[in-house]
Design a protein around this ligand. Structure first.
Ligand SMILES: Nc1nc2c(ncn2[C@@H]2O[C@H](COP(=O)(O)OP(=O)(O)O)[C@@H](O)[C@H]2O)c(=O)[nH]1
Ligand SMILES: [Mg+2]
Length: 356
């Protein structure tokens, strides 16, 4: 899954990108966007790997896209600047917590830009539909257009009412997300790739002076699950020799690095879970959307496995860890055979049986 790193220019996005992926930001790509892969650390995969001693261990990943960011002053260019994010599956919103005091207002301004960009897309489509409806066309097509028009007008009205100020607009997220669209409605507008409908994680990039301070309530009212991390400081500490590092961390009141935990939280916020495949060849964590079925999981491994899917052998990680082997799992009754429509659970160890 691709996660777009967004926020205003200078909020520390490229620093966060470097911190999460280990990929050094390339100035030549700063205007077009740069991608890098982050491996999602998982203690469960570590345990499985120690257990099976496979030749290869492969964690789940997220692909991050560092973007140029928005301009606080020349706002007219922002919808174009946001265009690069349309294909992203989710957004990591980076707020400047090192030299801007008002985090809540930063987030509010950022969300306004997102809504503005979405509104532009929705409004354009509304005009086009209205034009189309004036022309003589088959009744069936007219009906479909009218339905789409009504839905888009509802969305446009929601944007214009600026639901950011309403207390019950999905944690303040606002935009199209605040409407609580039904599944078929969401499907109908999926091709517009509205930014306000994408899963979002807010990350405050902390400066040294804000360490160990709680996030302000006003920000948490807008983004209850906001995370805070001293991304730049962590990278700098990481480069120090062990002894110095310990001393500095103690001085700063830091107990450890939080990058791994932040990655796991972003992963979950993007609506992803993992299932494992295990063996002497490879132990691997696979990423799939929460709520996906076993065939979708099989398809992640190989399209042939989805096509020829017969059954999935499933043991939960916790059960496996407790009993210690597939054989024991069978005798303890925690081994299951599941069909195509089985909803994969986070931490399932799966073996797909397929006919080829
Ligand atoms: N003081 C301070 N400066 C930072 C911190 N993180 C980033 N910066 C600086 O802020 C500027 C913008 O950072 P950058 O990551 O390029 O932001 P971007 O424009 O959002 O990609 C750079 O000069 C960074 O060195 C921080 O934690 N503390
Ligand atoms: Mg940058």
């Amino acid at each position: 899954m691709k996660v777009g790193i967004v926020g205003f220019s200078g909020s520390g996005k490229s620093t966060v990108f470097h911190w999460l992926t280990g990929v050094r930001p390339d100035p030549a790509k700063s205007q077009t966007g740069q991608t890098g892969i982050a491996r999602i650390p998982d203690p469960r995969l570590d345990w499985l790997s120690a257990h099976f001693q496979p030749r290869k261990t492969t964690p789940a990943t997220l692909e991050f896209l560092d973007t140029p960011g928005l301009l606080a002053t020349e706002r007219r260019d922002n919808p174009r600047r946001l265009g690069i994010l349309r294909e992203a599956g989710g957004l990591l919103v980076v707020l400047n917590g090192f030299n801007e005091p008002d985090l809540a207002s930063q987030l509010r301004r950022f969300r306004e830009e997102l809504m503005f960009a979405d509104l532009e897309i929705v409004s354009n489509r509304i005009s086009r539909l209205k034009d189309q409806l004036r022309k003589p066309r088959p009744a069936k097509q007219k009906e479909a257009d009218e339905q789409e028009l009504a839905l888009l007008q509802r969305i446009a009205a929601a944007f214009e009412a600026s639901p950011l100020s309403l207390p019950d607009s999905g944690g303040g997220k606002g935009g199209a997300a605040a409407l609580g669209l039904k599944d078929d409605e969401e499907k109908a507008i999926r091709s517009f790739q509205l930014l306000t409908l994408k899963p979002e994680q807010v990350l405050v990039h902390l400066g040294e002076d804000r360490l160990n301070q709680p996030l302000p309530d006003e920000l948490l009212a807008l983004a209850p699950d906001a995370l805070a991390a001293p991304a730049k400081l962590e990278m700098e500490l990481h480069e120090l020799p062990e002894d110095d590092r310990q001393m500095f961390m103690t001085d700063l009141g830091l107990t450890g690095f939080i990058r791994d935990e932040v990655l796991r939280k972003i992963f979950a916020a993007m609506g992803q879970i993992v299932f494992f495949t295990v063996g002497e060849d490879e132990c691997r964590a696979w990423s799939i959307p929460k709520g996906a079925d076993a065939v979708t999981g099989a398809g992640q491994i190989h399209t042939d496995l989805a096509r020829g899917f017969v059954r999935a052998e499933v043991v939960s990680y916790e059960d496996f860890q407790r009993v210690g082997s597939m054989k024991e799992a069978k005798t303890h009754g925690v081994y299951r055979l599941e069909g195509k429509s089985y909803i994969v659970q986070d931490g399932d160890i799966m073996h797909i049986l397929a006919s080829t």
